[in-house]
Write a protein that binds this ligand. Sequence first.
Ligand SMILES: [Zn+2]
Length: 877
Amino acid sequence: MKFALFSFFILAGSACAAPSLDPPKLRLDGSAQPISYAVDLTIVPNSDTFRGSVDINVDVRTPADVIWLNSISLQIQEADFRQESGAVSSAKTLPGGGEFVGFSFDHAISGRGVLHASYQGKISRNSSAGIFQLKEDRDWYVYSQFEPTDARRAFPCFDEPSFKVPWQLTLHVPKDDLALSNTPAQSESKEANGMKMVRFKPSPPLPSYLVAFAVGRFDVVDAGKVGPTPVRVIVPKGKSSDAAYAALAIPKLLKLLEDYFGIPFPYEKLDSVVMPISDFAMENAGLITYAETTLLADPATETIEHKRELAGTTAHEMAHQWFGDLVTTAWWNDTWLNEAFATWMERKIPGEWQPGWHLDVTAINARLGAMRGDDLASAREIRQPIQNNDDIANAFDDITYEKGAAVIEMFEHWIGEAKFREGVQHYLKQHAWGNATASDFEAAMSSVAGRNVAPAFNSFLDQPGVPEVSVALKCETQPVLAVSQKRSLPVGSRAEAQTWQIPICIAFEADGSVRHQCSLLSDPKDEIALTGAQTCPSWILPNDGESGYYQVDYQGDLLKKVLAGQASHLSIAERVGVLGDVDSLATEGEVSAQVALALVPEFSKDPDWHVVQTAANIAALLKGGSVPSNLREKGARFIRQEFGQKARALGWIAKPDDNDDTRLLRQKLVPFVAGTGEEKELIEQAETLARQWLGTRRGVDPEMLEPVLRIAAEFGNRDLFNALRAAAIQEREHHVREVLLQALGSFRDPELARASLDLLLSKEFDPRESFYPLLFGPVAYADTRDVPFEFVKQHLDALLKRLPREVGEDYAAMLPSVGGSFCDAKRRSELDSFFADRVKDYNGGPRTLAQTLEAIDLCIAARKSLTPELTAFLNQY
Ligand SMILES: [Zn+2]
């Protein structure tokens, strides 16, 4: 049944072009198209190679001497084309410049037939591209990861998302291993040499990037059924008990997703498979892969944050099963739609399940974070044309995920929640089992909204930047809100001015009642009539629900009014959004830092921890790089005065009757006052607790382990360094090792920071685990800011040898970020001259360098206005 639309897809495929003897540059030419695949692989964990054969049912639409397919690092042994008539033409292979292989025939072939190839390929141990293996205890496990363009490392194929056809996999594996794929096994039989053959059922139409398998001595945790769908969690041997929360959350979230989409889960089963060490999750149809730290936790030490992260990530990947898998974007220029939607769902759906988690606030903090990157002149637009494989890999970034999610949130609020959902359902039903584009999505939304929403939507997709909306209230006659828009430009920015079509939704209180209204701001300036207001509003919130992707610049006393009286008329999310805007604008030098800091005393006492945390972010301006060093102690004292009492009362150790919110406040506030506020008593307590924990593994609440170890390390000595290093080497639990590595990257003593960087070159840690915490940890502190760049300069070759370098996960691309907190011209030019030529060899490296250099420029410019303001504030204080 599910294959019914398959013939439609073939007919709707791209137009043919004459086949060429030269390998394609980026895309296949469409002269031959797949109809279905049968793949046969022999996979032995602990072996570095695999054998394979593939039989592709193809339709050669234009007679061709050569058929080009995608292929990387595959050694083709023999190949032929078997026509429906029975005639067999053997093929020679032509080299295709790294990404392709050509099958060349003596005579032109055409029509339907089977393209057959047998080959050998590689199983990687240091990268997750293609087929790779990971070790847990003494056992090796093999996985596949094909998105975006690595299926071609496992089989020669038409490796583009619009070739969406059925696949049948057959795996030959050691007899005691479990073999899994997108579909359930159809048959299993014994083979010679301790092997067995597992043949899986043919899949519904799938693009190559969603095909997947996993092999190893897994244990299986049954998580019951959702409707007819069996749900399982697949874990490395002996880890079943750590899957308890995953087995509880996944079926609950799956049911909520079915309800939202109004379509049952599209595949026959849902397995969630754990990968040790890795740091990603992948929405393979029916076989989602997750990093071990995301999916597993010892129930005795599991934190609220881990539960939230687990729910968010699983909701994201499961949302893709409909949005991405059932309906697949036709090409990688629409990666944003896929990822933005799933990111938006990762808060929406768990938020429905656990309203107490306040995931709407998480969404706002994510929006504020995305805006910080989007403010750069070098920011890219959400939707970008794809010119090469680099562009495909680069599209999986914060702009795609978080700005994209924030823009979807804005349009949901504007169109209305129920109608938006109707639009999503309409889009999915219309394109089920096939491909679609962003225009199709916009068309579905316009049809339910009763208006063309595409121009407004596109104004956010096709240009970078954050709109800044300046608002002033005019009450001379009928009250109106005077609004104007421009691109938010940090002081010193060279970006060009531009406008958007912004859905502006506002809330205000007038004549004793609160009213909400939305309108579209298309012009640079406009006046919005406040419908129903007879008298001047007592307050006005120009970003209702804080769901719009724009920053508000309040004119006159509007900010004071909206925040008056602890802002009890605002939701938690709205208080965080308003304060977050003020914080961003102050950091960029667009709003006076003194105005922002004046808000701290009031909001440091807010009953909600999210708001306190936002106030703490504003206060952190007083310890940033723009504060003259002789005033830094005064900055710390301000932080202790405003937050210290609360932090000391909370202490490092939870009390038996603490609720989740108190525990989360403790986790954020106590290390802030200890670290940024340099509160001695809390630092000493952290040191004592850290030593106690390292000795006995007791005495620290699970959610406090990371902050306790980090603060102890920030102020710690060589002894502590050695103890942390020894503990990290011995630690078996990935998430505890992660915390230990973070602590090792947090020493403020430059000599110890250098010692921790040396661990990047040691065999004791997998670079995929150690790279981020060890290399970028020291960038955060004034005393160690220069250390990582010096290290990279000295050890570049040795470092590059240890890092995964595949397209899409080229760790080298991140190296220029070691200069991320430089704020002077000299260091800027050193960074530039060191990396300018080198980054050309790193996939995505030039962009990282450009963004880092721009961030340094902006920091230098902002410092000019911030330093006098912060000095004035601290001198008066
Ligand atoms: Zn995703």
